[in-house]
Write a protein that binds this ligand. Sequence first.
Ligand code: AAL
Length: 404
Amino acid sequence: TVLLLTIIMTGCNSKISKEETHEHENQELMKITDEQIDHLGITDVNHLSAASKRALKWPMDLGNEWFIEFEDLKPLKGDLAYEEGVVRRDPSAMIKHDGKYYVWYSRSTGETQGFGGDVENEKVFPWDRCDIWYATSEDGWTWKEEGVAVKRGEKGAYDDRSVFTVEIMEHDGKYYLCYQTVKSPYNVRVKNQVGLSWADSPDGPWTKLDEPILSPADNGVWKGDNLQDRRSVIKKGDFDSHKVHDPCILPYKGKFYLYYKGEQMGEEITFGGRQIRHGVAIADNPLGPYVKSPYNPVSNSGHEICVWPYNDGIAALITTDGPEKNTIQWSPDGVNFEIMSVLKSVDAHAIGLNRTADVEKEPTEILRWGLTHVYNSWHYQSIMRFSSKRRTSHTAPGEAKGDD
Ligand code: AAL
């Protein structure tokens, strides 16, 4: 049976007076099935709590196919084992070439001083004063550091201060590294950009584009002139008015989708934490030009970009910040993402996916193992290995698992 229920949705904003509330009433006709009532364990359809009304909107055909748990992180061996005095962080995805895995990452040395002193000469973040290095491995556990792939630019260039947080795309026999760039001086209000280098081999040599491929929106207005204050604004501007971070390009439907994290001028802490959102910019050619989607932002939460193709659409792991953190989402078109699972926690940050995985095997196959980083201290980070598994039952030892 299908029950047709008229549910009166009333605004819960306490500032609205009773008369006004009446005007805001919005009648919603919901179709409710017996199956839904049984599945959700609802006692009385005539007395639906706010939580039950929300639950009734969840798609009934959404199973646990996207629900996973992350396992304990494991250290890497060889040159990528933790090393005091060296920062290795934000690993790219891994690709395979001539029987070896390749990974690129941000690398810097020495302690971080922060923004309180001489920013022109000191190191303000662990990811400041980085170059992009790479390493190879036969088994994904023991790594050999091969050397630098892309260096910071000459003084005065848009990338003269740091090149970091890199991703790799292999397409049509060519290799593309996209990464964050900062120009000196690195103060709190500095706006960063995204750069791109390409090569015919994963071992380089890399050709750097003269111009960045992505910049922050320019429609925010700072308040006052304290260069170390990013909270004070007259106007916040778009979600990416301050920073464009964590770029990752995926070939998709004959085009190139550059996903990135935006940081907004005047960022606040909201009910979901930091105001971090993701956007996408699309190009016909891997080298650009990349045009930001008018639908941006395409997420209302998240942090480092972690995206993969699945079933003709694009999937995303959304972590760390915002009301929809710790979810896996999927979009049929690379733009309109819906929540597919809500995870207990995600302790693998800045994930470098294993692009050799058979992505169509199941929705989260690409998350079975890959790379991530940990903070050994505020000064030094190292790359680690994560793994995850699907979770389809919750049973005590000896308990029967049911029909399946
Ligand atoms: C990361 C990323 C970007 C930020 C910094 C280094 O986790 O979001 O790369 O700039 O932190």
